[in-house]
Design a protein around this ligand. Sequence first.
Ligand code: AMP
Ligand code: ZN
Length: 138
Amino acid sequence: MKDTNCIFCKIAAGEIPSKTIYEDGTFRVILDISPATRGHALIIPKAHYANIYELPEDMAAAAMVLAKKLALHMSEILKCDGFNIIQNNGETAGQTVFHFHMHLIPRYGDDGNQDKICWNHLELSEEELEGICQKLRQ
Ligand code: AMP
Ligand code: ZN
């Protein structure tokens, strides 16, 4: 399954060169071209799924297992102090490449980013929280 207009399909297939740090039959993991920190990498499935809604469950599970393994491996090699795993879905959520991918972002004390990669905090009432909770439990 491949989208001929998709840059990550081409990268995953090896048609466009990339800084590949890991590859198996299902995934290619590359260094981000515009990294947040030293070692920022992307887990890219070789098959085209636009986002997590389209991603089959077994692929989602395999991607998370790989993220866990690479978090350990990269942290050991890069000697980072922390690690963010981020995955964006939809333009509103910051997705810019519409082929599912997970960001692996090693964090360093001096990396110049905010501690948390970053959102504002809402102040919701107990009733509002309860309303959301009830809706989501349906
Ligand atoms: P997102 O905003 O979650 O869709 O992330 C897309 C990421 O892909 C960004 O961090 C980009 O820097 C990265 N990116 C885009 N094109 C390339 C490329 N050709 N090689 C490596 N990373 C890329
Ligand atoms: Zn694609």
